[in-house]
Design a protein around this ligand. Structure first.
Ligand code: FAD
Length: 469
């Protein structure tokens, strides 16, 4: 039986109850309080941003809570939340069909369906990806019986896992020359490596970054894609294996997987490209995400980027009329500021959802809107191996020419400061409590000529904040 939503005043439909979708709903409803908005989401809960704090011009911190959708509906009386997965979109008739057979018409649609882990092999019971609460719980269940696991990947999730997992041997296969290649260069990796061998602090150092909390465990049984976990997803769940040892991490550099097979006494074996084979209890595939686009593509003309995301322009519009996209599912295809790049991160999901909501409202109200300032400069605060980490601009020299200089200051176990500079500062990696983020952010944003200062810029005896005030 097909039910049609009565014609909506503004007719906004948002797909996905993750950070991007929920922030989009919030912005839309604050811009046009009378707008009728429907949020269609596959997961049982929605993600809400709480304790939002603008740390500096572009750096932001917030907590994320998983909440029942009724919280949103109580806050926004014109919002209807539909718990079902979208099966297909018909852009010509401006309608969306859900797996439970309902059809909803829209005037404007925003797709915020996130991504799912790229798995090394599909349908192998010994290869896990971590994305949502369900998969994190499955990982924990398997880990407590495991003696050895193999982690493949070199991004944020792999970094967190190798540091947090205890009581289990970890083989870490990274395809690069250094760990954490997505975020760091080899120098920063060297700075962090000793933390893997050292004893972890009994009480974790105060953490200033985003925190993820869950409400009571879910009771749903149906398999449906939930929202991505976020920072601190492992807090509150014990990541302990079956062994007494604290931790043993063996890093295999420059190797990727060649095959996954069943050979002998271990449940599964992984062969790396160097020919080495490791048996283990299970393999964690932490090699990035694939945007969740499948239900939307069939029968439509969406332009899809090389990374599989729905291409969006500087108004978060896809190539289909009246269809927007935000968060992990989309690929930013406007001409980027020279200091910004897309990374599928929590903060960008919030910023894109916020901006998409504003763009949809502006279009409906026939108001002009310009690309938001947050897309001027890439900025991210996180925590790796218990160190505060701030990344600014082209922090790893992404796409920069050979005339870039690199200034470095490092105190073992305390701080690592790297700036990319070619007359002007274009990026920075700050590890530890450096207190430099605001000053460096300003220097990057105002593109001041720093040639006269040379290496003095990182002289620890100079109070750089005073210097540039
Ligand atoms: P999601 O949060 O994935 O939400 C997608 C929503 O769409 C979900 O509600 C889902 O149920 C729904 N959906 C999917 N398909 C359909 C469909 N067909 N129909 C209806 N609804 C659908 N980022 C950081 O910045 N810092 C970190 O430290 C960090 N750590 C992470 C750790 C882990 C383990 C993971 C998995 C991710 C981490 N990230 C981190 C990334 C961050 O969580 C994501 O970038 C962000 O959550 C993306 O938000 P989103 O709203 O685009 O997508």
């Amino acid at each position: 039986q097909k039910t049609f939503l009565p014609p909506l005043t503004a007719g906004f439909v948002i797909v996905g109850g993750g950070i991007a979708g929920v922030t989009c709903v919030e912005q839309l409803t604050s811009q046009i309080p009378s707008a009728d908005v429907a949020l269609i989401t596959a997961g049982p809960h929605i993600k809400a941003v709480t304790n939002y704090k603008q740390v500096s011009k572009t750096l932001e911190e917030f907590d994320v809570e998983e909440k029942p959708s009724s919280v949103l509906e109580e806050k926004f009386p014109n919002l209807t939340v539909i718990h079902s997965a979208v099966k297909s979109v018909h852009t010509e008739t401006h309608s969306v069909e859900t797996t439970d057979g309902r059809v909803f018409g829209y005037e404007k649609l925003c797709i915020c369906s996130g991504g799912r882990p790229k798995l090394l092999t599909q349908k192998n019971p010994y290869v896990l990806g971590i994305r949502d609460t369900d998969s994190a719980q499955e990982f924990q269940k398997r880990l407590c019986k495991a003696k050895r696991i193999v982690i493949v990947g070199n991004g944020g999730i792999a970094l967190e896992l190798v540091y947090e997992v205890e009581g289990c041997e970890v083989i870490w296969a990274v395809k690069d020359k250094a760990i954490g290649n997505t975020f760091f260069d080899a120098g920063a990796a060297q700075f962090l490596i000793p933390s893997l061998e050292a004893d972890k602090p009994e009480v974790a150092a105060p953490c200033k970054r985003t925190r993820y909390t869950t409400e009571e465990p879910k009771k749903h049984t149906k398999k449906c894609p939930g929202s991505a976990l976020g920072p601190d997803w492992h807090e509150g769940i014990a990541l302990r294996g079956a062994q007494q040892v604290r931790q043993f991490v063996h890093v295999c550099y420059l190797y990727t997987r060649r095959s996954v097979c069943f050979l002998g006494s271990w449940p599964v074996y992984i062969q790396l490209t160097n020919g080495k084979t490791f048996g283990c209890d299970f393999i964690v595939s932490a090699t990035g995400v694939v945007p969740n686009t499948e239900p939307f593509l069939h029968g439509n003309n969406f332009s899809v980027a090389d990374d599989g995301g729905l291409q969006v322009d500087d108004h978060m519009m896809t190539s289909e009329p009246d269809v927007y996209a935000a968060g992990d599912v989309c690929t930013a295809c406007w001409e980027h500021s020279p200091l910004w790049q897309q990374m599928r991160l929590w903060t960008q999901a919030r910023q894109m959802g916020w901006y998409a909501g504003r763009c949809m409202a502006a279009e409906a109200l026939s108001e002009p809107i310009e690309l938001d300032f947050c897309f001027e400069l890439f900025s991210h605060i996180t925590k790796f191996f218990n160190y505060k980490v701030v990344l600014l601009g082209k922090f790893n020299g992404q796409g920069l020419g050979p005339d870039q200089e690199l200034l470095l200051r490092c105190t073992k176990g305390q701080e690592y400061v790297k700036v990319m500079i070619g007359g002007r500062m274009v990026g920075a990696v700050l590890i530890g409590e450096t207190d430099l983020e605001e000053t460096f952010e300003n220097l990057i944003l105002n593109q001041m000529d720093l040639t006269p200062y040379g290496e003095e810029l990182l002289n620890p005896n100079i109070d750089i904040e005073d210097y540039f005030d």
